[in-house]
Design a protein around this ligand. Structure first.
Ligand code: AMP
Length: 268
């Protein structure tokens, strides 16, 4: 496939996913098609990016529905490897980004970004794309991948895609499937909190602590919600700021019942 694509002068655009595909993933696929490239979608629930108490075993898997969505979107190749293909043995070699991977998710999920960077490097090596498409929904992951591509000289253009949301504002996520009816309604507090931050900022508030406090109050309106973190950070380094400026990113992770959801927004 790689040879055929190259022989015809077509580039390869890779869309890495963990499956349980939704409209957010579909938007990445459309972005990939716009690159005048053969589109490869990888579907792989990567064990090394899950912590011991995380949802690896119960992560939703539905290859048939995923394949149908890929077909509908005109994807050229679905790459759905089995574990031994990606991890031929107990790995003793890892890819680790050591700056932007440190705070936020990196702090709460030790080893998560090492797993992500390693599997993305493997997918890059196997698929050899010229373009790779990632969602801003996972903002820190996007930054880790951009750093890895720069630092390891991958000849790959990383194309970001803005977060796709439900009509009411909830960011699409495979993990939304875990939510029951009441939790689904309460999950809206993430988006509401981000909007609170944006309107505070637009109203002239620059103190990050006060922005965070206002967001915390918005989240607390949902009885099932428990804040993991709320942070205002520099969008390139992801280090927390005390004085917010335009272009900074507001990120939060909130448990709704047992389900951990993340979201973010750029201040403007
Ligand atoms: P996942 O399958 O959750 O690992 O996500 C695969 C890719 O889809 C990642 O680049 C995500 O950032 C992206 N993605 C997931 N949800 C969304 C969304 N709601 N909007 C945009 N991109 C998304």
């Amino acid at each position: 496939m790689q040879q055929t694509a190259r022989a015809s002068g077509r580039r390869i655009a890779l869309v890495p996913t963990m499956g349980a595909l939704h409209e957010g993933h579909a938007t990445l696929m459309r972005k990939a098609r716009e690159q005048n490239a053969a589109v490869v979608v990888s579907i792989y629930v990567n064990p090394t990016q899950f912590g011991p108490n995380e949802d690896y075993t119960r992560y939703p898997r539905d290859l048939e529905a995923d394949a149908a969505l890929c077909k509908r979107e005109g994807v050229d190749v679905v790459f759905a490897p089995e574990d031994p293909e990606i991890y031929p043995g107990q790995p003793s070699t890892w890819v680790e980004e050591t700056a932007v991977a440190k705070p936020l998710e990196g702090e709460r999920r030790p080893g998560h970004f090492r797993g992500v960077a390693t599997v993305v490097a493997k997918l890059f090596n196997i698929v050899t794309p010229q373009v790779a498409v990632f969602g801003q929904k996972d903002f820190q992951q996007l930054k880790v991948v951009q750093r890895m591509v720069r630092d390891l000289n991958y000849p790959i253009q990383v194309v970001p895609v803005p977060t796709v949301r439900e009509p009411d504002g909830l960011a699409l996520s495979s993990r939304n499937r875990y939510l029951n009816g009441s939790e689904r309604a309460q999950a809206l507090v993430l988006y509401r909190a981000l909007n609170v931050a944006q309107s505070k900022f637009r109203g002239g508030e620059r103190n990050a602590h006060r922005i965070q406090s206002a967001m915390q109050l918005a989240v607390q309106l949902a009885p099932a919600a428990r804040v993991d973190y709320i942070e205002v950070a520099d969008a390139e380094s992801l280090t927390p700021v005390t004085e917010a400026k335009a272009g900074d990113v507001v990120l939060l992770a909130v448990y709704i019942g047992k389900t951990r959801l993340i979201d973010n927004l750029i201040l403007s």
